[in-house]
Design a protein around this ligand. Structure first.
Ligand code: ADP
Length: 186
């Protein structure tokens, strides 16, 4: 059976997680957020969590090897068999390349890019108040985004790349997302 993946790309605070949560439920897809998984590891004090803690607090990226193996294991779980939304993965070119090589049954149905101006993102993140949502860490996460993640938009440039205006009401953004993704789902 083919395992279709939808990749959600966008800067921190763009609303990927909120939209992925709703859309995955609608389509019975697994919602895989590497950020949530890493924060769970930190909270549970696992070996990976101990390594990841300071990295998350600085706003840097956890190493490709660790995140790639974490994701590959997650994709083998039952709920992901019919497909998944990847929220926060890939975040680097090597991570994107790892997806091309993990198996014939895996295919990327669509790549969704959420676009939101930086000033709005900063306001949203400060209001959200996660432990990595302080001003200094936010600044670092934006730098990492520009350097490592934004190049993925060109990497995935092509027919299945969708752009979503992430400014406005959550419900309006969701309608737009649902409409634009429809042609890519069987
Ligand atoms: P946001 O999109 O708001 O920055 P996430 O919850 O997606 O937040 O990620 C939080 C943090 O987890 C990132 O700043 C990074 O340190 C780490 N992280 C998440 N996904 C990855 C990934 N694919 N590669 C490396 N680090 C990651």
């Amino acid at each position: 059976m083919s395992q279709g993946l939808i990749i959600f790309l966008g800067p921190p605070g763009a609303g990927k997680g909120t939209q992925a949560e709703k859309y995955s439920e609608l389509k019975s897809l697994a919602h895989i957020s590497t950020g949530v998984m890493l924060r769970d590891h930190v909270e549970n004090g696992t070996e990976l969590g101990i390594i990841a803690k300071d990295i998350l607090e600085r706003g840097d990226l956890v190493s490709d090897d660790l995140v790639i193996s974490m994701l590959q294991e997650r994709l083998k779980e039952e709920d992901a068999k019919k497909g998944a939304i990847l929220d926060g993965f890939p975040r680097t070119i090597p991570q994107a390349e790892s997806l091309q090589n993990i198996g014939e049954e895996i295919q990327i149905s669509s790549v969704v890019v959420f676009e939101v101006p930086e000033q709005i993102l900063i306001e949203r993140m400060l209001a959200r108040g996660r432990t990595d949502d302080n001003e200094e860490t936010i600044k670092q996460r934006f730098e990492v985004y520009e350097k490592e993640v934004a190049p993925l938009i060109s990497f995935y440039a092509g027919d299945n790349l969708i752009k979503i205006d992430g400014v406005g009401e959550e419900g309006d953004i969701y309608s737009d997302l649902t409409m634009k993704l429809e042609p890519y789902l069987k």
